[in-house]
Design a protein around this ligand. Sequence first.
Ligand code: PLP
Length: 411
Amino acid sequence: MRPAYLDNNATTRVDPEVVAAMLPYFTEHFGNASSVHASAGRVGAAMASARRSVQQLLGAADPSEVVFTSGGTEADNLAIAAAIGALSGRDEIVTTRVEHAAVLACCRHWEQEKGIRVRLVPVDGRGRLDVEAYRRALGPRTALASVMLANNETGTLFPVDELASLAHDAGALFHTDAVQAVGKVPIDVQAAQIDMLSLSGHKLHAPKGVGALYVRRGVRLRPVLRGGRQERGRRPGTENVPGVVGLGCAAELARARMREGTARMRALRDRLEQGVIAQVERCVVLGDRDHRIANTATIAFEGVDGDQLVRRLADADIAVSSGAACSSGMVEPSHVLRAMNVPLIAARGAIRFSLSRDSDDSDVARVLAAVPALVRFLREGSAPWRRVQPQGTIPPGDPNKTLPETSQACL
Ligand code: PLP
């Protein structure tokens, strides 16, 4: 029996078609894209074709708006660096409490290095952005608003069209970390008026170590790396040609398979979720059930140590992630669950099931066969633990005072 892999928000399997597309660029066409002879222009042509494929997936106006990077983290860092000092008199960034570490840690860096003020917009109990608070946070000093398109832990989708428009009304640039959304929801950067968008290959069946930043024409990028003229000087360094070719192929496949793949994932995800809820007492689905990506179900099991549940499921060859990480002997909920004020007793038992277009009925059946019994078993074992642990909610604190420490549970 193959393992049930339900951790696709952490990473996806590289599609066999993607592997096949990449192989010749390791073996035959291995030249440096900058060399004149590079397989008689074959390498440059393959890069150009991949750029067009990414452009089309995003609905961008021109292929030159796509800058290849080493992944989502680098794309986020480039976007934020671009905004620092780009607009005179603007030294603030507006972002959310539930961004990935690639955004939050980068903002924290600029806060410490350059005194950039970072305003963190809160979310509600379902992980939905407080749009009024976002509107209030924007102002004449905002250089950049950065809001993810889909949250990696709950799958909750944010209304980036509206948020981009509000950022522009305030004269600021708008960036979205779309790492978890690309390939799962249709994106049109022009219609949504997005200035910059980050994506990552390994979340859409391309390899790890390749990604891209969409940069609308007219927005000036300040390179983070210094070096040669690759990517028009915006991202120096010899290009990861096989990776880029793989990303291009994955973008094509995502475009061709999105509609059908998403419908299938949603049906499987809903069956998994409903099956678990029907069989397990005291569990709750986290996130905005009406507005979320089709592949993600995050379920909090009250009175269960999520880390233990993930390990027990791994023993049964079922791969999932926990929304809590063990630190110093305590099970700490992720910064996302803390921002949502999920009660501790539930947050500590939050499990993320994330599907892909490879998922099938047998994956769901395996979860439904294993989870109820394991939850029962762990609850029986955890009765004394529950007596000594605090069970209240986490106090929200001042959203603008400190940047939340991002936790390990931020894949
Ligand atoms: N942003 C989000 C929302 C993510 O989920 C991730 C990866 O988990 C990243 C950024 C980082 O992407 P990468 O792993 O390609 O650096």
